[in-house]
Design a protein around this ligand. Structure first.
Ligand SMILES: *Cc1c(COP(=O)(O)O)cnc(C)c1O
Length: 409
């Protein structure tokens, strides 16, 4: 594909107008929306309003007057549309890690007598760490963390929960959610899906596949801003029996009755804990407005075209400089990112970032490029590969400054 052909694709792209809804730094090609989504312009205006008018002027009246108290449910309902859930099955709260803690404990409680938690050993570490903490807290649990190709045989009549991240954060491998959910449930287990790299990136159908619980992230493809609230999903059929263990007042049936005895809320609010972060919750709410009128199928189609294009344009570089594709080529196994392994991956990525192409690095050797169809152009893919070629050809990456490891990679 030539640059002119790609520019022609951009001109007819139905999602192209969305780009103008984001504030993007001049000259930067941002391929890290899978780690921190770009800033939607409407978030800036909303922040101004929440801080100046709501907090500044209406002060505490805002909880009622500006509906702050309902933010977790309102935001949850907006996310529900993107993940194939009903509005009352999703709520925004806490971080992904904390939400996983809450739903994993609740799910184990729903499978008394079963003592095994199954997951992918390559799952995002926080998910594995949370399971380890819970296993220690509860005692007597076996953590069965295995490779992807051993998952199926790891499921048995002892399995309480199968806990997976739909899209692998390193490689972009996309699980068959329908199949694994079915296999786990055939053994009588419950499923928890982490949608950190799925929500806002590709169509998710939680209810169609009969998923039990899910959690996900607000600051990646949902563009809610650094440290944005996360979300959780509980299928309606489980809500009444789902027992909260972080029993804070916001999850109480009547928080403002101020009674000493805890009674869980009758709906999904029982899985909230304390006062919501109104500023960050408002930012996420505004960010989600960007998805209005956007069909996730449309996002998916462009995402696959962008990642296909990147893989194709990278082929000569991969051969010449030893980049090893770690992302599946099959569309049905690929999320919205492309990853390459390279022993000098860290330095190469730092050099590339210095040239205005922002991806990231994941230990031990992964260069990760995220593709966000709402604000990326086909043309950007072309220029990103060009700049990487320059970084390799010039040997820029070998400069000592690119070897220095920062705290956040
Ligand atoms: C990004 C990510 C998280 C992040 O969890 P936080 O609690 O927000 O830090 C969790 N799980 C997965 C799979 C992720 O990719």
């Amino acid at each position: 594909m030539t640059l002119a052909e790609l520019q022609a694709l951009d001109r007819t792209d139905p999602l192209a107008p969305k780009r103008a809804e984001f504030l993007l730094p001049e000259g930067v090609i941002y391929l890290d929306g899978n780690s921190l989504g770009a800033l939607p312009k409407r978030v800036v205006a909303r922040m101004e309003q929440v801080v100046q008018a709501e907090w500044g002027q209406s002060l505490i009246k805002s909880w009622n007057l500006h509906g702050w108290i309902d933010l977790p449910q309102r935001v949850g309902a907006r996310i529900a549309r993107l993940i194939g859930a009903e509005p009352d099955e999703v709520i925004a709260a806490d971080s992904t890690s904390v939400n996983l803690f809450k739903v994993l404990l609740a799910a184990l409680e729903l499978r008394p007598g079963r003592r095994v938690i199954v997951s992918d050993i390559d799952n995002f570490p926080t998910d594995l760490y949370i399971a380890q903490g819970i296993a220690e807290l509860r005692g007597g649990y076996e953590l069965r963390f295995v490779k992807k190709d051993q998952l199926e045989e790891a499921l048995d009549e002892q399995t309480a929960v199968l806990m997976l991240t739909e899209v692998d954060y390193r490689t972009g491998y996309l699980y068959d959610m329908a199949r694994l959910t079915r296999l786990a449930q055939q053994k009588g287990a419950l499923t928890i899906w982490d949608l950190a790299h799925s929500a806002g990136a590709l169509p998710v159908q939680l209810n169609r596949h009969g998923v039990d619980f899910a959690v996900g992230c607000g600051y990646k493809y949902l563009n809610g801003g650094p440290g944005a609230p996360a979300f959780l999903f509980v299928a309606r059929r489980h809500q009444e029996a789902t027992r909260p263990f972080l029993t804070g007042w916001m999850g109480h049936q009547a928080p403002f009755a101020f009674v000493p005895e805890y009674l869980p809320a009758l709906d999904i609010r029982r899985l909230t804990v304390g006062t919501p972060g109104v500023l960050s919750m408002s930012a996420l709410e505004a960010a989600l407005e960007v998805f209005e009128g956007v069909e996730m199928e449309q996002v998916r189609q462009k995402s696959l075209q962008l990642t296909d294009l990147f893989i194709e344009l990278m082929e000569p570089l991969a051969a010449r400089y030893g980049f090893q594709l770690a992302t599946p080529r099959e569309h049905h196994r690929r999320g919205s990112q492309v990853a390459y392994r390279h022993p000098e991956g860290y330095a190469i990525m730092q050099a590339l970032i210095s040239q205005g192409v922002v991806g990231d690095f994941r230990a031990p050797d992964i260069l990760r490029f995220g593709f966000t169809p709402l604000y990326l152009r086909y043309e950007d893919v072309y220029h990103a590969v060009q700049r990487l070629e320059q970084v390799m050809q010039s040997g820029l990456w070998q400069e000592a400054r690119f070897q220095e490891r920062a705290k956040v990679t």
